[in-house]
Design a protein around this ligand. Structure first.
Ligand code: NAP
Length: 274
């Protein structure tokens, strides 16, 4: 295997050490409210992991669990309460929500100053205009990982596969802001192998195990695999690692970085409120 591993666990541990110090300096426990609707086992696990990490960095996690048949109006009302609650610093609505819920309406009930997962239109616009604001957590984590390994982005061709508003789309915009030339691919893209083969930096954000074959990857490319389904990433790992210069493992790559950014942004929200 030729590629160097982009070790999200190690990099996120360093970020979380800084967050721990930040929280200690704050002199109070920041509060992250996590909202889980329904009982999807994977979502439950993610929320539990986030709560566990909160405790480790000295934050309080307030877990709100709502039944699977919750309506959009009920969820929006609950999130608005959290937005108005002065004791809450950050709000995370675990995605995806059950199909009857208008997810966009629920995200928009999060006050922008508490949008530590970076899911609201306000956060998206601030990111797109390069005006600070909270980054969407997973794309923010991807950028932090690339920076930790000092991977040059300016002038590189970045290909992002996936265009969801919380992952693919913002990942491309953050790369664009760093002077990469960005191509987006999605379910209607024709000749995905050819597009992937053009990538100096590939971000896979689909959720289809091994959709991207190793032999599509350009030699020396940097491969970031954000996909996670059936314990597997979007990229055929072993074959891709033979050709890439850097690659994220799944798990242990993008996932831990997402949590680190979420908590770093929660600490920032608390500091800004102080
Ligand atoms: P999503 O909303 O379902 O979006 C998937 C994207 O993939 C869509 O843009 C879709 O295109 C595109 N797509 C689907 N089939 C395709 C194909 N055959 N070829 C090219 N593109 C295709 O998913 P998401 O929320 O962005 O999440 C994507 C993956 O990232 C999932 O595996 C999720 O579990 C993972 N994820 C990981 C983290 C983490 O912390 N590691 C965080 C969030 C998400 P269209 O737009 O045309 O439908």
């Amino acid at each position: 295997m030729a590629a160097e591993i982009l070790d999200g666990r190690a990099v996120s541990a360093k970020i979380l050490d800084l967050v721990t110090k930040d929280v200690a300096d704050l002199g109070r426990k920041p509060v992250l409210a996590t909202v889980l609707v329904g009982d999807d086992p994977a979502s439950r696990t993610y929320v539990r992991m986030k709560a566990g990490r909160c405790a480790k960095v000295g934050m309080e996690s307030r877990r709100i669990e709502l039944p699977g048949q919750t309506t959009t109006a009920e969820l929006v009302a609950r999130i608005r309460e959290l937005s108005d609650d002065p004791s809450v610093d950050g709000i995370l609505l675990q995605h995806p929500v059950p199909h009857q819920i208008d997810e966009r309406a629920a995200f928009e009930a999060i006050a922008p100053e508490k949008d530590v997962d970076g899911v609201t239109r306000t956060s998206f616009a601030m990111m797109a205009f390069d005006e600070g604001g909270f980054a969407s957590a997973t794309p923010g984590g991807i950028m932090a990982l690339l920076d930790a390994y000092e991977i040059p982005l300016s002038g590189k061709h970045a290909v992002v596969v996936g265009r969801s508003p919380i992952l693919g789309k913002p990942a491309g915009l953050l790369l664009l802001a760093r002077d990469a030339t960005v191509t987006y691919c999605h379910s209607r893209t024709t000749d995905l192998p050819a597009r992937v083969a053009e990538a100096d930096i590939l971000v896979a954000a689909v959720g289809r195990p091994a959709l991207i074959r190793g032999n599509w990857i350009k030699r020396g490319a940097v491969v970031i695999d954000a996909g996670y389904a059936d314990n597997t990433g979007d990229v055929e790992y072993e074959a891709a690692a033979e050709r890439a210069s850097f690659i994220t493992p799944v798990p242990g790559g993008v996932g831990p970085m997402t949590i680190a950014v979420l908590l770093a942004q929660t600490a920032r929200a608390a500091r800004q409120k102080k």
